[in-house]
Design a protein around this ligand. Structure first.
Ligand code: CP
Length: 332
């Protein structure tokens, strides 16, 4: 039997999503000990993480297993390109790292968010996909610049806990400002998951911050099949009007992906793309979501992040329960 990976929301069907959400809900609050006794999850973080790392470690411990974490400091520089002539900086090919690690651990997680060139190159998630191809154990996407599927499942779980039903609800995915160039992973993943759930999604961003065309088209197809919709709006106030969920997150400009200084210059004139109380008042008493980390008083004000409609820590908590569901499905 071929192994199962957890790489992308593109692979998820509605029944699979429902199964994951139901399992995560059952796991919440319960100590499902021993389910993964003796199992090891190896995680490689090529960039920092607070939530993803700690929630996966906690999930494994609660299930009776354990984790080994490696950061870029612990690893040789890796070559992901097939048939590369390795006379450059990379000391080890992903082929050898993945095959070796597969002899030690029961599953592998990879976070690889870095910008390494153009958007056309980075959207291919070369490092993650290379690990998936060459590992004989399941591989989990812990965030790339293209997808953050574990985050999106936790986001869906959080919405489901706070709203009686999600189909037909208006979700505004709002670009907000950030001094650093950010990945499109969380945005792409929640866009597809919300579409799958039949929500009416408004993707709100300034001109120049369009998401990947293929993801947008796919989300539209998923939404139509579920009686939902996906639209793009470039006016901040219009986008937020009537929203029942306001999901704020910054993401990078794919046009200037390999030119972060140019992106920073464009963002200087976009400081009004921030969630504050005035913007929240335009919504239909929306839940405020953000996957964290958040730049307080740049992306969203203290007042709204700490306000009564904010569910940002529920999202963070639900990462643990969703990780348990993912791990149980892949490893049991
Ligand atoms: N949301 C999220 O993935 O957080 P971390 O970067 O801290 O893992």
């Amino acid at each position: 039997m071929s192994k199962r990976d957890f790489l992308s929301t593109a692979d998820l069907t509605r029944p699979q999503l429902d199964d994951l959400l139901d399992l995560a809900s059952r796991a919440k609050g319960k100590r499902l000990t021993q389910g993964l006794a003796g199992k090891t999850l190896g995680m490689m973080f090529f960039q920092p993480s607070l939530r993803t790392r700690v929630s996966f470690e906690t999930a494994m411990v609660q299930l009776g297993g354990h984790c080994i974490n490696l950061s870029s400091h612990d690893l040789y520089e890796l070559e992901p390109e097939e048939q590369a002539v390795m006379d450059g900086r990379a000391e080890e090919h992903v082929i050898d790292a993945a095959r070796t690690l597969s002899r030690y651990v029961d599953a592998l997680g990879v976070r690889a968010v870095s910008r390494t060139g153009t958007w056309e190159r980075d959207r291919q998630e070369l490092l993650l996909r290379s690990y998936a191809q060459h590992s004989s154990v399941p591989v989990i996407n812990l965030e790339t610049c293209f997808e953050h599927p574990c985050q999106a499942i936790a986001d869906a779980m959080t919405m489901r806990e706070h709203l009686p039903q999600l189909a037909g609800k208006k979700l505004t995915l709002l670009w907000c400002n950030h001094p650093e160039p950010k990945s499109l992973g969380p945005t792409h993943s929640i866009l597809r998951v919300a579409a799958l759930l039949g929500m009416h999604v408004t993707l709100a961003h300034p001109l120049g911050f369009e998401v990947d065309g293929e993801v947008l088209e796919h989300a539209g197809t998923l939404a139509r099949a579920a009686d939902g919709s996906v639209e793009v709006e470039n006016d901040l106030a219009t986008a937020c009007s009537g929203a029942e969920v306001l999901y704020a997150r910054s993401w990078g400009c794919t046009k200037y992906w390999d030119d972060p200084e140019r992106e920073a210059m464009v963002k200087r004139s976009l400081q009004d793309w921030k969630v504050d109380e005035q913007l929240m008042q335009k919504t239909a008493n929306a839940l405020l979501m953000h996957p964290l980390p958040v730049r307080r008083n740049v992306a969203a004000t203290d007042a709204v992040l700490d306000g009564p409609r904010s569910v940002i820590y529920d999202q963070a908590e639900n990462r643990v329960h969703v990780q348990k569901a993912i791990l149980m499905q892949l490893l049991q």
